[in-house]
Design a protein around this ligand. Sequence first.
Ligand SMILES: N[C@@H](CCC(=O)N[C@@H](CS)C(=O)NCC(=O)O)C(=O)O
Length: 311
Amino acid sequence: MSDLILHHYPTSPFAEKVRLILGHKQLAWKSVFIPMIMPKPDLTALTGGYRKTPVLQIGADIYCDTALICDVLEERSNTPTLYPHAVEGAARIVAQWADTALFTAAMAYNFQPAGVSQVFAGVPADAVQAFVADRAAMRGGAARMAPADASVTYKRYLHHIASLLQGQDFLFGNQPCVADFSVYHPLWFTQERTPALAGIFHDFPSIQAWMVRMKAIGHGQVGQFHAEEALQMARCATPVPVQNGVFQDEHGIALGSSVVIAADHFGLEPTQGELMAATCHRYTLRRTDDRAGTVHVHFPRVGFTLKKVSP
Ligand SMILES: N[C@@H](CCC(=O)N[C@@H](CS)C(=O)NCC(=O)O)C(=O)O
């Protein structure tokens, strides 16, 4: 029985990134569906506040953000690898660009009126309003990029992606790496959720062919699971002990301090706990919850802020 539990919902692009990586690595996993908007009481019982999608749970260890989830899945199985040695730096940088700049432009393009009417077809008006308000709050009230600007930007980015695909099946060679999964997920949303807008791909046959290859990877072996079962798994498990000698102090905050970690943009819900580790890659907090028991919640360092809680 697999111990990998993905908390996600079907239409989440970032979740699609991880689902395909699980398929690519042929890792069996359990699927727990979470709500698309707040409140998400079962998820935040595990994370302590972080609410974004997806979250990976392994027993009493909770991994936030897909950049970290990719590293954890690579540690679990490095064949096939997400980080081919010769291109690792470039692949990570393209992945980070895709998860931020490309995602922002693509989703602003996808959420123009023709896309919105497809995404919300058949959804009651009050649920649409609740979704719009939830995402506006996550953006701190900032408007999305205007559709015309998003369209121009998305097209320029598609040109860059097409140039990477010249003469090869995937962005950095003939096997997919982390960059392929990050670039694919915003385009997947356009293709699958807002097909009225998928004409943007017509001028890019190499991208269309690559998307067919990416989709064919599939989601691997998945079993359905319930949030209550996931919480019970956390309660019954013990977090993996953190390794010694992993402390890289950049903030002047000692291990054992009470701290708060939050994303540095879009969805700033904080998680509070005891700082257990701060490696060059990740932070680990320990926290105890009535429903989840004692868990370790892990975040990547890049993209997150760390602050000491004043006594
Ligand atoms: N940097 C995060 C971004 C995750 C993200 O923004 N996910 C979107 C869904 S695709 C989200 O959380 N939306 C709000 C929600 O699901 O509550 C990651 O890589 O995991």
